[in-house]
Design a protein around this ligand. Structure first.
Ligand code: CS2
Length: 496
């Protein structure tokens, strides 16, 4: 991404020369660290970092964020070279606005210095740990929510070598914190998992038990650590050369850690912070007793539609979500999915109309300034489908309703993982269960019924209520047959 030519680099020395509206609310180095954030990706930089900067800017508090990148060295180097400053450009048809964010008090690279991260987690100054590490990093079976460790995590839990996985870092950090009796802490999952607080609690408890943690550590964690659930929302595509160019044009400085996002953002947080927290509510966050209903609104009403658009759009050869919405019939199908299935699959919070929510979501997806690639959203389907689509099916069927539109989304995923778009282009399969998926497909015989049978056999993805339901199976098979014979565009044109 060679966009630095001709512009000097963003950093503290550049602040005075930034356009006034782009200046950060906080100057890095002036706010002591109180938060560790695991997962320094684009989403965190455009979401929790922005809320936290605004909260501390308005209400104060020692809540600087130490950002931990599990793997990417490029980002750590870019931020270190920029005095931990980066910019967020909000993009819409109405125009762009770019602001530099000064919420980061430091950055660390976990892969090269895991012990520094463990020490941070045991530091009494740190009272909140937030995570955006993607669904698969939790290493939980998507259906049961039970810990399902790979070899790296098993090694982290079995020995004393520096941890290499996110759960390994957390467990080692909490054991060190307990040993130091370093004060209470909230661990806050900001990933799109169902009941993300409860899942993170389960992960920590199971991982501690497997690691042979002492009773003292277990009871310290039980008494001192909370796991507030959250619903997080902002559409933030992976940064590209265009993102960096837009930031450079707006700032007059090169920013190699720039992100671009839609203007909309939302954060609902369970208010359970034994060591205190930033005043996120002054930045617009909603603090609540129970984020569960909000989470279902978002996972089913936004992420479910996102995955549907990504798989159907990719099959139809559309590069971005906004392009995919141009496939005739798709928005009609998505509206029916929301109105006839998502909206009746659970009780939304008081005053929320799922139909209005779905329409707003489709308006956000259509934002022409956001180039969110269908193939980016299509990754890790095995980790996403359960909470985005399959839970809707389970709830509908338990209430005796049909789940035909949700079945189309399942069929679109199945056709996607078969690996070929409708024009014959190869589609990549990036998924932690890729080997299991390709193994199942190899034994399927290739017919739509065979593919459905084989993939329904992935018990980590499909709960028994879905895999054993003949009506759902027939619907998925019908849709997969249509997608196979006619392609996504023709299937959608005739559907709704
Ligand atoms: C997307 C989400 O990549 C994906 O799977 O559905 O990252 C989505 O953009 C965010 O959850 C929006 O809040």
């Amino acid at each position: 991404m060679a966009v630095t030519v001709g512009a000097s680099r963003l950093g503290l020395a550049a602040l005075r020369r930034l356009p006034e509206a782009s200046r950060p609310l906080l100057r890095p180095g002036t706010v002591p660290a109180g938060i560790v954030h695991l997962g320094l990706g684009a989403f965190h930089r455009a979401h929790q970092a922005v809320y936290t900067e605004e909260a501390v800017g308005a209400a104060g508090g020692d809540w600087g964020i130490v950002g931990v990148a599990p793997r990417s060295t490029d980002l750590v180097e870019a931020l270190a070279a920029q005095d931990n400053l980066f910019s967020v450009t909000s993009m819409s048809a109405a125009g762009d606005s770019t602001r530099v964010i000064g919420a980061l008090a430091g950055v660390r690279h976990a892969a090269s210095d895991p012990n520094a991260v463990v020490a941070l987690l045991a530091d009494p100054a740190i009272r909140v740990v937030t995570l955006t590490v993607t669904e698969k990093a939790y290493q939980l079976d998507p259906v049961t929510g039970r810990l399902s460790p790979d070899a790296a995590l098993a090694a982290d839990l079995a020995g004393d070598a520096p941890p290499t996985t996110v759960p390994g870092l957390l467990v080692r950090g909490l054991a060190a914190r307990a040993a130091a009796d370093a004060g209470p802490v909230a661990l806050v999952s900001c990933d799109n998992l169902p009941a993300n607080g409860a899942r993170l609690r389960g992960l920590v408890e199971q991982a501690l038990a497997r690691s042979g943690a002492s009773d003292r550590v277990l009871s310290w964690v039980a008494g001192q650590v909370t796991f507030p659930g959250t619903m997080v929302d902002r559409i933030v595509p992976a940064s590209t050369a265009e993102t960096l160019a837009a930031a450079r044009d707006a700032l007059g400085f090169a920013d190699l850690a720039a992100v671009a996002a839609e203007p909309y953002r939302q954060w609902v947080i369970e208010d359970d912070f034994p060591g205190g927290r930033p005043a996120w509510e002054v930045a617009g966050a909603v603090l609540t007793d129970d984020a569960g209903q909000w989470e279902r609104v978002k996972l089913r009403g936004l992420n479910g539609l996102h995955s549907a658009t990504a798989y159907l759009g990719a099959l139809a050869g559309r590069e971005t979500v906004a392009d995919a919405l141009g496939v005739p019939g798709l928005t009609g199908v998505l509206r029916r999915l929301v109105a006839e299935e998502v909206a009746v699959s659970f009780t939304p919070p008081d005053g929320v109309s799922m139909v209005a929510y779905g329409d707003e979501v489709l308006g956000r997806f259509a934002n022409p300034a956001i180039r969110h690639r269908t193939l980016q959203i299509a990754v890790d389907g095995s980790q996403k489908l359960p909470q985005r689509v399959l839970h809707t099916i389970v709830d509908l069927r338990a209430a005796g309703r049909s789940a035909r539109w949700s079945a189309l989304v399942v069929a679109a995923w199945m056709r996607f993982v078969c690996g070929t778009a409708d024009d014959g282009t190869a589609l990549p399969l990036a998924d932690p269960l890729a080997d299991r998926i390709t193994g199942a497909l190899a034994a399927s015989g290739g017919t739509p019924a065979g593919v459905v049978e084989a993939l329904f056999g992935l018990r980590e993805v499909f709960p028994a209520e879905v895999a054993g339901d003949d009506e759902v199976r027939a619907d998925v098979t019908d849709w997969l047959t249509a997608l196979h014979r006619h392609g996504a565009a023709a299937t959608l044109a005739g559907a709704a």
